[in-house]
Design a protein around this ligand. Structure first.
Ligand code: URP
Ligand code: ZN
Ligand code: ZN
Length: 470
């Protein structure tokens, strides 16, 4: 057999196995895994001493979404996928956001248009339903699910995005009937509004107030409510960006009742705390995201949740805004009052190195868990498996080769996103991807870009409810 590429001598790791093996690649797919491949190959890559992992899949990123008056997201699809690639990812899943006064189809067309020729990684889209009108629920959402837009995020917070309980139920019901997967942002908007008003009356408008207006019960209550509403219509759901132990406990209890729940946490809930929002001179704005980072005890609860299987997914929730910018965190109103600071932080490039270094290298999780929560489970949850998310014969040759001994300190100037800071500036991490291949093509090698814009593809998907897969 002839191969286009053989990766030789690496330690191949999947969510379940680790083996010293060579990988043969032909026409973008893995066609052989063997102890010693000697067949001719156009290219041989020496992976001795390295880990050969499935490319990362980040199933929660925001690219080019508008976020309020005059606020611009710092990444378009070029910079967002470039940054993802350098962080060891081969697929990302951003969102097509329905405007409150817009329809779903135009949202899909708009975001798909933005990706044309602009991708360094593969991309598949989730939808955000912001207005579940009769047209959206009756025709547009079923048609979109039929077209392969099978995962749909809804919000219980943010004035312009939140759905009330009746709207949540109705949207869940459509998803259940048509084979969609619902992702829910769980925070109680009315409680947040009340707390924001109270803080403002007290004159507390600094970035730190973002955390104190979104305390844990705000998230715990909404998590419980989302789970209950899903239970009422018998729908498996995904609870995204869980920040604390109490919300994780709600998820475990729902599972004990027999519910099918997939749960996600993110680097900010392992590495940051509400103290970061207290930075001097409004620097706390750099860490404003929702739910907010908590404290060390909640960090430990999130690590525990990763370890014990409460969390299936580890995503970045990359949502980048420039800090020192009039169209970013320090917009004219945001520079004076926390409620106008756009929510979200960058992190698509640091997600995998953080979990590898802080999780695997520090012995908190094993390498199989790392692969599962950063790649395999994302593919399974969102209908991309086994094309993506593993190293197996017939899978796309989306591969990240890691040097477990490479030590680097995070500096934003070395990253590739469009923001002007990293929340993890100065963090020293052991273990980084040194080569990333997308469908057999080397895209990044030793920190240098080798792929071309347009090498990334848009991925069509099959419907795959979380209950059936993980
Ligand atoms: O603060 C965050 N997480 N912004 C991104 C939007 C979201 O809620 O995921
Ligand atoms: Zn969210
Ligand atoms: Zn998000």
């Amino acid at each position: 057999m002839n191969f286009d590429t053989i990766i030789k001598g690496g330690s191949v790791v999947t969510a379940s196995d680790q083996m010293r093996a060579d990988i043969g690649i032909q026409n973008g797919q893995i066609t052989a895994i063997a102890i010693d491949l000697t067949d001719p190959a156009a290219t041989t890559i020496d992976a001795t001493g390295k880990l050969v992992l499935p490319g990362g899949i980040d199933s929660h990123v925001h690219i080019a979404q508008p976020s309020g008056d005059g606020i611009v997201m710092a990444d378009d699809f070029e910079s967002g996928t470039r940054s993802a690639l350098f962080g060891g990812n081969t697929t990302i899943m951003p969102f097509c956001l329905q405007e409150r006064d817009g329809d779903l189809r135009s949202a899909i067309d708009w975001y798909r248009g933005l990706t044309e020729g602009q991708l360094y990684t593969d991309v598949a889209f989730h939808l955000i339903v912001a207005n579940p009108s009769p047209q959206v629920l009756g025709q547009q959402l079923p048609a979109a699910i039929e077209d392969g837009y099978t995962s749909i995020k809804v919000f219980m917070t943010y004035e312009n995005l939140r759905l009330n309980d009746a709207e949540l139920l109705a949207t869940f019901d459509v998803a259940r009937r048509h084979g969609g997967t619902m992702m829910v942002h769980c925070e109680n908007e009315d409680a947040i509004r009340y707390l924001i008003d109270r803080h403002e009356k007290d004159g507390e408008v600094r970035p730190r107030a973002h955390a104190s207006t979104r305390p844990i019960p705000v998230e715990r209550e909404a998590t419980h409510r989302a789970l209950s509403l899903a239970e009422i219509v018998d729908l498996p759901i995904v609870i995204v960006h869980v920040s604390n132990g109490a919300a994780a406990e709600e998820i475990r209890r729902a599972r004990q009742r027999g519910m099918k729940v997939t749960a996600e946490t993110c680097p900010q809930y392992l590495m940051l705390t509400a103290k970061d929002l207290e930075g001097m001179d409004w620097e706390g704005a750099k860490f404003v995201c929702s739910p907010p980072p908590r404290d060390e005890a909640e960090q430990a609860a999130c690590w525990q949740g990763l370890k014990d299987g409460t969390f299936d997914l580890f995503s970045s929730d990359h949502c980048p805004f420039r800090y020192a910018s009039e169209d970013g965190k320090l917009n004219p109103k945001g520079a004076k009052n926390f409620r106008y600071i756009p929510n979200g932080i960058p992190g698509v490039e640091t997600r995998l190195p953080i979990l590898f270094s802080e999780g695997v290298m520090k012995g908190r999780i094993d390498i199989h868990k790392f692969v599962a929560v950063t790649s395999t489970n994302h593919a399974k949850t969102y209908g991309l498996y086994p094309r993506k998310g593993t190293i197996a014969i017939g899978s796309d040759a989306d591969i990240a080769i890691w040097d477990p001994d490479l030590v680097k300190t995070v500096r934003h100037e070395d990253l590739h996103d469009g923001a002007d800071y990293s929340p993890y500036e100065g963090l020293t991490l052991r273990g980084w991807p040194v080569m990333v291949m997308l469908r057999g093509k080397v895209m990044m090698r030793d920190g240098q870009l080798e792929g071309a814009l347009g090498d990334g593809h848009y991925l069509t998907r099959a419907s795959a409810p979380p209950s059936k897969t993980i």
